[in-house]
Design a protein around this ligand. Structure first.
Ligand SMILES: [Zn+2]
Ligand SMILES: [Zn+2]
Ligand SMILES: [Zn+2]
Length: 309
């Protein structure tokens, strides 16, 4: 069986599991659908591998070999690429995938492995809807096959239903983001980055008081916690990369309310609205992020002035 056929079969099995609806079959549904999407990616790497390279792009290990007067790269061993390598190879080969959606599926899959309860049904639908969206797009644009021709009519119908339900819920949640009670544009613009840390779903509904509830598992956030969660989820990766390269984080703890919701670019706390000036009143240079303390002076000047006193 080809990799493509395996991929389709895994997704068909996933939808059959989903239809059974028991806890164990629902877990299996996510595993199967997720595996199917990964196999589609592998099909592409197999297609792109040069002839006589032993499917180099598909193998985790690739070794150079001398062939006559040139060097060829050949795949070695049985181990096929992991997700991280697929990502890197696709990036360098210009194969586009909605990785954000893929990460969401992964997140839900992990949460469900560990903490599944039937209350999370919407998170399962979300994972299936996102897998379907990625698979349809990938089949069409990267593998040049019509997705509808690949799946059975039943599976196709279930996919469409689940996608419609999810999209309707999602539209309501996006609409509700206008209720977020903050003065930070960064938080408003990145509200969609947030997902539930209890079940992985991104169906977060913001109520009229600025608090929120997960539409999948019912977890609640009050106004402050919602804002802090959005800031954390939106900025952790950039913070991590920036600090790794010796730069400044883009968000930090607020000197006023101590919540980790101070947006450096805006010089405002998304929770309490406290603003800070970014230039030192004494020497006029930019105050380093870690020295922002509400005084309006850089650490050096604060130190010098305390000595003067
Ligand atoms: Zn949840
Ligand atoms: Zn604050
Ligand atoms: Zn200064």
């Amino acid at each position: 069986m080809s990799i493509l056929q395996n991929a389709i079969q895994a997704m068909e099995c996933g939808i059959e599991d989903y239809g059974m609806g028991t806890d164990s079959r629902l877990k299996s549904a996510i595993r199967n659908v997720h595996a199917g999407v990964l196999l589609l990616f592998k099909q592409k790497l197999s297609q792109l591998s040069p002839q006589d390279s032993d499917e180099a792009l598909l193998k985790q290990k690739v070794m150079p070999e001398i062939a006559g007067s040139t060097i060829v790269w050949r795949g070695k061993g049985e181990k096929t690429v992991d997700v991280q390598s697929i990502r890197e190879r696709f990036a360098s080969l210009d194969v586009s995938v909605d990785w954000q959606a893929f990460d969401a599926i992964n997140r839900i899959r992990n949460e469900i492995e560990h903490y599944y309860t039937t209350a999370n049904n919407k998170a399962i639908q979300e994972a299936i809807a996102k897998s379907f969206a990625i698979a349809s797009e990938f089949l069409t644009t990267q593998l040049q096959v019509d997705p509808k021709s690949q799946f059975s009519q039943h599976t196709w119908d279930v996919f469409i239903d689940v996608k419609d339900v999810y999209q309707k819920e999602k539209a309501n949640c996006v609409q509700s983001q206008t209720n977020i009670d903050t003065e930070s544009d960064y938080v408003r613009e990145n509200a969609d980055a947030m997902s539930c840390d209890a079940c992985g779903s991104d169906l977060i509904f913001v109520d009229g008081h600025g608090g929120a509830q997960c539409r999948s598992c019912s977890k609640r956030w009050d106004r402050d916690n919602l804002i802090v969660s959005i800031v954390n989820e939106a900025s952790w990766y950039e913070n991590h990369m920036s600090v790794k390269d010796g730069g400044d984080p883009i968000t930090t703890d607020c000197p006023e309310c101590c919540k980790s919701a101070f947006i450096v670019e805006e010089m405002i706390c998304a929770v309490c609205g406290e603003t800070q000036q970014d230039q030192c009143n004494r020497c006029g240079t930019a105050i380093p992020i870690e020295e922002l303390d509400g005084s309006g002076f850089c650490g050096y000047c604060s130190h010098m002035m305390s000595k003067d006193d």
